[in-house]
Ligand binder design. Structure first.
Ligand SMILES: [Fe+2]
Ligand SMILES: [Fe+2]
Length: 283
């Protein structure tokens, strides 16, 4: 068996054991529909109605305080209009991926916050450099550490020991993972994205997200992701080990020439996280 086949087999075992859902069919259809310039809200609603849990979530979030309107939406169609397509996309992605992120302990809660922070940072950095696929960058950020989720679910106590060692000895998470599990989370994530048939550029970025952004092109997804991972760590929303800092030319391409500009980007990320985390909380 190849390394990738091994990981897929392990992933299936972990998914079965914990009854984790695959990337839901309706959610992925809604996502591709939102990309369609000729889309009709009515068709999106018809599709959403096929997944009652997702439809209920869209309604509940459109009614939540963050999107308070004079009168709360009572129909799915009104809910979609209130949210807007961009937020609808975020809600659908969140609902689709949330099943993978169980909130059973501190480590997985920490991972969920970190994943959302990196997603928001990916979106912000994409906008700063004019990378056109901002929502793809967002999804890449959200899924970039999905390999950690597999390790946490597969071996909760063992993973706690891994984290303890990383914290005590200030060693890299990847090194300890490789020693403990043979594969690190970046390679596991890359394999999962490949098996979900998501854009290969996303998988490639996930594979290299701990390599630092050295020699990276700031307009490429891999550089955006590695830098977003670093920015999140600096915003207090990291995942245990400190990622490598992007080189000065990459920082300056993101508009962070000075320490003040970098601090402002960190602050902006913290605020975006506070504003958007409600979209991701279980309803
Ligand atoms: Fe990572
Ligand atoms: Fe990360």
């Amino acid at each position: 068996m190849t390394a990738q086949e091994n990981i897929r087999k392990y992933f299936r075992e972990v998914m079965d054991k914990h009854k984790l859902p695959p990337l839901p069919v309706v959610a992925s259809k809604v996502l591709s529909m939102i990309e369609d310039p000729n889309l009709s809200i009515r068709e999106i609603c018809r599709l959403l109605a096929d997944d009652p849990a997702l439809a209920a979530r869209v309604l509940a979030i459109s009614r939540s305080l963050h999107y308070a309107q004079r009168s709360a939406p009572t129909s799915l169609q009104r809910a979609v209009q209130v949210l807007g397509l961009r937020n609808l996309r975020t809600v659908v992605i969140a609902a689709a991926t949330q099943g993978l992120f169980s909130m059973s302990n501190n480590i997985s809660e920490n991972l969920w916050s970190h994943s959302l922070a990196v997603a928001l940072a990916c979106r912000a950095l994409s906008e700063r450099v004019g990378y056109p696929e901002t929502e793809q960058a967002f999804l890449t950020g959200l899924l970039h550490d999905v390999g950690e989720m597999i390790l946490i679910h597969g071996d909760p106590q063992g993973f706690e020991r891994v984290v303890r060692e990383v914290q005590q000895n200030k060693v890299s998470l990847l090194v300890v993972e490789k020693r403990t599990y043979v594969f690190d989370h970046a390679f596991i994530g890359f394999t999962l994205l490949d098996s979900w048939n998501l854009d290969p550029e996303m998988g490639q970025a996930i594979l290299t997200h701990h390599d630092g952004a050295e020699n990276g092109n700031p307009k490429e997804l891999a550089t955006i992701l590695a830098s977003a991972n670093y920015l999140s760590y600096k915003a207090g929303l990291g995942f245990f080990s400190e990622p490598e800092a992007p080189p000065p030319e990459v920082k300056s391409a993101f508009g962070c020439d000075s320490d003040e500009a970098f601090a402002a980007a960190v602050q902006e990320l913290r605020e975006a996280f506070e504003a958007e985390k409600a979209l991701f909380q279980p309803v």
